[in-house]
Design a protein around this ligand. Structure first.
Ligand SMILES: [Zn+2]
Length: 79
């Protein structure tokens, strides 16, 4: 369900990051916290008890997910 956010968007179309964050908050019962590089959240793809998912916006305006427990991008998309 998150995969739509991975697609490159037009420069004129703002990324609805707040929408994405609220979806993740609903799934994980944890509202993502803003960090130096983006946001930190619980990972929806595994049973996460600490915020191990990093969310950031890349230079090309793609949303990037990085789970420190090793979930792949596809795992997160499929969750
Ligand atoms: Zn994970």
């Amino acid at each position: 369900m998150y995969c739509k956010y991975s697609m490159s968007v037009q420069k004129t179309e703002p990324i609805d990051i707040q929408d994405l964050l609220s979806i993740i908050a609903t799934k994980t019962a944890y509202y993502p916290r803003q960090s130096r590089t983006g946001w930190k959240s619980r990972c929806p793809a595994h049973d996460d008890t600490t915020p191990s998912l990093s969310i950031s916006v890349g230079f090309d305006e793609k949303i990037l997910f990085k789970c420190f427990s090793g979930c792949t991008y596809k795992d997160i998309c499929d969750s």
